[in-house]
Design a protein around this ligand. Structure first.
Ligand code: PLP
Length: 400
């Protein structure tokens, strides 16, 4: 047996082939545990994308894997100071649908296919919807997306282009998340929401980012900055490094810097108070929409993983996020959405505050592309636009 599904509440293990989504005994969430701790790299050359880490993915056969060539995104050095301080990024905007969400979607939709699902359901007002829809299209599965009814059109066009049926619900994102599971079970579809509460497999896709960072950097960074919304992604990053440690590949895992927007920071609040993740009461609108979850479903798990990495949490203002977005695009050629650049904003702030020490190496994961939120770049565009008459002299005069 390659892997088991383990319930942390009642400490029971179930065979991987059971295809369970929740503990049948106590209904808690399940986690995937591999019987062999060794990680094989490059074992599966004939398959693109994250399935090159097949030994650490929850599949026993290669028959139903669906890939769009996700992962293998660039790790780039942005800045190196004389005192040894280094700033790196991992550019997840390069994934097939423009965000890291392709990693979890790749695994959850492949799993649904393997288990013979009629289709897949996802509740999302952000990037999980297009990712799941794209993999469903490639895997010849139907897909249904549940979104709150006030979601702007721009946020569902991409998913609908991949063929998803978009259902606008008269409720908020938490209502959609709760509906997804029930609807899925009634029609033989599988729930591909990117939260461990609903799907224990998807986190396995996200964790491959740790394996890539290990392979791409000769020396692991001291810190990795991660934007956190629901908490699944941060947990995945740490899980990946813990598996590398268990497999004897590394001695120490990087410290994680969890980053949220001040306007919606339930996780940062829990970190600095009693460690209990509660619904965020002072919620205000933020440009970092895709990480603005007032109640993070995987917050408890993420907090445990953050502590295990000896990490830290930080909140950033709207101005700091916007500054990070513009710095990445205009100085480094990376177009990020505000949520995707929040990690960079948090890292910059942590360096200024001395949380990250001079001489340390840090890497920010840029989780999503700015092409989907192109309107945030409108502000400030005016200094770059020149009206000019149709002759050479006039153009030369104006561009100098
Ligand atoms: C989903 C998402 C995140 C956060 O992931 P969680 O698992 O919800 O914490 C961060 N950045 C982007 C761009 C996302 O789409």
């Amino acid at each position: 047996m390659k892997y088991e599904l383990f319930c942390e509440s009642c400490e029971l293990a179930f065979p991987g082939e059971s295809g369970l989504y929740r503990c049948p005994n106590c209904h808690s969430t399940l986690g995937v545990v591999y019987t062999d701790s060794e990680i094989k790299f490059n074992e599966y050359h004939s398959f693109p994308g994250i399935f090159r880490y097949f030994s650490k993915l929850p599949f026993s056969s290669k028959k139903h894997l669906i890939s769009l060539g996700e992962g293998c995104t660039p790790v780039t050095l942005l800045k190196k100071d004389a005192d040894g301080t280094e700033i790196w990024i991992k550019n997840e905007t390069m994934n097939p649908t423009g965000t890291y969400k392709d990693r979890p979607a790749c695994v959850s939709v492949s799993k649904a296919k393997e288990l013979g699902a009629n289709g897949v359901v996802v509740a999302s007002d952000g990037n999980a919807a297009p990712a799941v829809a794209a993999y469903a299209a490639k895997g010849n599965l139907s897909s249904i997306v549940l979104m709150p009814k006030d979601t702007p059109e721009m946020r569902y066009i991409q998913a609908s282009a991949y063929g998803a049926k978009i259902v606008l619900i008269d409720g908020n994102i938490n209502d959609c998340l709760n509906l997804a599971g029930e609807i899925a079970s009634k029609i033989g579809f599988h729930n591909c929401c990117t939260s461990n509460v609903f799907n224990p497999y998807q986190i396995e896709g996200s964790k491959t980012i740790a394996f890539e960072i290990f392979e791409q950097m000769r020396c692991l960074p001291d810190w990795i900055a991660v934007p956190i919304g629901g908490g699944s992604f941060l947990s995945a990053v740490v899980k990946g490094f813990l598996e590398l440690k268990l497999g004897g590949r590394i001695k120490k895992i990087p410290r994680i810097l969890a980053v949220q927007a001040f306007n919606c920071a339930p996780f940062v609040e829990a970190f600095f108070t009693d460690g209990v993740v509660r619904e965020f009461k002072e919620y205000k609108k933020t440009i970092a929409i895709t990480i603005a979850l007032p109640y993070p479903p995987d917050g408890v798990m993420a907090l445990k993983y953050l502590k295990e990495s000896q990490g830290y949490a930080i909140a950033v203002t709207e101005e700091e996020i916007m500054e990070a977005v513009l710095c990445l695009s205009s100085q480094y050629g990376v177009l990020a959405e505000p949520s995707g650049a929040a990690s960079f904003a948090g890292m910059t702030k942590a360096l200024l505050k001395g949380i990250i020490q001079p001489g340390e190496v840090s890497l920010a994961i840029i989780t999503g592309t700015g092409l989907k939120t192109i309107e945030v770049f409108r502000e400030g565009i005016n200094h770059h636009i020149i009206m000019c008459s149709n002759d050479v002299d006039s153009v030369l005069r104006n561009i100098n």
